[in-house]
Ligand binder design. Sequence first.
Ligand code: SF4
Length: 214
Amino acid sequence: MRTLAREIDGMELPAIEKLSESQQENAFQILIATLLSARTQDATTLAASTRLFRRARTPRSLARLPVREIERLIYPVSFYRTKAEHVQATADIVATTYGGRVPDRLEDLVRLPGVGRKTATLVMILAFGSQQHICVDTHVHRISNRLGWVETRTPDDTEQALYRNTDARWWPLINLYLVTWGQNVCRPVYPRCGACALAASCPRLGVSTPSRQT
Ligand code: SF4
């Protein structure tokens, strides 16, 4: 993790990290942007979030927008119709049930429409500064297995294995480091093992086609 911290310095940050920096930890906007980001390119998530928040920034104002308008604003994020419904329903629950404040407990977050464990743990880390959670997405799942930190089949299993196998001081940083590494070096296909600072200690488990380029 220390090597990764050094290596990712200067690399482009994942969209949600950028957004959480620019939103100065506005929990509601981090929640909505994270919800939009599932299976969507970073640039698309950033652009869609910016359009949406320009139109409505608060839970109450977003809950009042018609779903069709939210659809138009967030297009072309993937599953934009379903996500538009989730965004509006989540905004409504935050506005009415939680008095306009995003709940700061994981068990409450995962009950919001469209919010899975990955979104909830990232919101806990980025919006509430949690030191107790690890956010596992496909990058974290894939790279943790390649490095041999875990031996798991699902992101949920990876999360639990990482709690057991890694030092707690790194938990809130694992997502940032491995997502950045996954987007730049340890890519899903053709990982750049020849240019990887972790190569000497990485068993490359499951990697059959490393990139020929460095
Ligand atoms: S050596 Fe290859 S598989 Fe291992 S972390 Fe680096 S890029 Fe990923």
